[in-house]
Design a protein around this ligand. Structure first.
Ligand code: GTR
Length: 387
């Protein structure tokens, strides 16, 4: 019976475009008080803070920024790797608050030849250490360090498990219980995804001290649950120069109101430890949300965002992801950014890469591959190279 029940839940997900309900997206350019935003100044002073708060309170939780101190210790420094093409650093970032601490372990490869400081891709790694092997004995398409180094960029990663285990029973055992236990008592307190994004900002703190790294050109990258996190990290922390959100789907870059593939009720049931308590109110009530995910992308404006999908990953709603990117354009327009994406979703394996918006739908499964990374590099070259 349990099996039947869980199957019927799975089959209840809609994959039929003709069954997408009619919906109206919340107007990203209208304040709660009904004011229409017409320029970047009003966006930044009035509407942006309001939208950020709506995401904090209803979805991802508050993002604490206070801590007592932070320490960086290089357990490995300037170790030649990749036949001399790169040097390896391993950094332990330790953050202290109320005499408790949390340690984030960062792996960082810096291209030897490139002019310093260099731009860096920072992966929020939700797929285990073997994908980011500092010894390079194990290589993975998920974090193709050699290819990125050959392209002249630095590449870094940290493990989400250093911040919060990805588990509904133990997620609180990291940052939450140790540094910010008060968050656990709040309905708008952060949970695992908030904690992972918080960790990305602490790695950013480190980058600001590393002279090899151009901290004004840090591109935060995540896949799937990590891609939900990279969006939230870039929305909360404007020091990130750009965001890559790979197959991030529901509560990532896809519009919730389309109710296509994974839905809020489903994500909250399977992963109750990702989003705040308040978000559970919106199970099967997408239209009651004061935001939709185009507004999360808009929070990153005018910084570049690249979203991807995979053709067989309907669960993550490729079309809804493209539409969310398009619906964020009006906020970029306030900064004088013209639409760069075509009006209709590009075909499979037809990347559309501008200086602010990148999108592609790769043929294949839910994953992050060297095809995806190759396009991220092409995208990053558009806004990191000095003209
Ligand atoms: C799925 C989840 C998605 C996505 C994915 C992943 O089970 O439903 O929202 O996060 O996991 O992280 O690979």
């Amino acid at each position: 019976l349990m099996l039947l029940l869980s199957q019927s839940v799975a089959f209840a997900q809609n994959y039929d475009e003709s069954k997408v309900p009619r919906y109206v997206l919340p107007d990203v350019l209208k304040t709660a008080g009904g004011k229409v935003i017409r320029n970047e100044d009003k966006w930044e002073k009035l509407r942006r803070p309001e939208v950020l708060k709506l995401f904090e309170n209803n979805i991802y939780g508050r993002m604490p920024t206070d801590y007592d101190s932070i320490r960086y210790s290089l357990t490995q420094d300037d170790v030649p790797e990749m036949n001399g093409k790169a040097t390896l650093k391993q950094v332990a970032v330790t953050v202290f608050r109320n005499r408790q601490s949390v340690q984030i372990n960062v792996v960082l490869f810096v291209p030897t030849q490139a002019r310093k400081p260099v731009p860096v891709f920072l992966l929020i790694n939700n797929r285990g250490k073997e994908n980011t092997d500092p010894t390079r004995v194990k290589k993975s398409e998920f974090w193709p360090a050699e290819m990125v180094i050959d392209s002249g960029f630095a590449i870094a990663a940290f493990q989400v498990s250093d911040l919060a285990p990805d588990n509904k029973d133990t997620y609180a055992s990291g940052v939450l219980q140790k540094l910010y236990p008060e968050q656990l008592k709040m309905d708008n307190g952060m949970k695992a995804i908030g904690a992972w994004a918080w960790g990305a900002s602490r790695v950013m703190d480190y980058f600001e001290t590393d002279r090899d790294i151009d901290s004004k050109k840090v591109i935060v990258v995540g896949h799937s649950r990590g891609g939900k996190t990279s969006l939230w990290a870039a929305a909360e922390d404007q020091r990130f120069a750009a965001c890559i959100t790979n197959c991030s789907g529901n509560t990532g870059a896809a519009l919730s109101r389309r109710q296509f593939g994974e839905r809020i009720s489903r994500i909250n049931a399977t992963f109750p430890h990702w989003f705040n308590n308040t978000y559970k109110k919106y199970n099967d009530k997408e239209n009651a949300l004061p935001v939709d995910q185009h507004m999360l992308i808009a929070l990153i404006a005018p910084r570049p965002v690249y979203a991807t999908n995979a053709s067989k990953d309907l669960w993550a709603d490729p079309k809804g992801t493209f539409l969310a990117m398009k619906a964020a354009e009006p906020v970029y327009a306030l900064y004088g950014v013209r639409p760069e994406l075509p009006s209709a979703q590009p075909g499979i394996n037809m990347p559309s890469i501008g200086a602010h918006f990148g999108y592609h739908n790769r043929e294949g499964e839910h994953n992050m591959t060297v095809y995806d990374w190759g396009n991220f590099v092409r995208f990053a070259k558009k806004f990191t190279s000095d003209k």
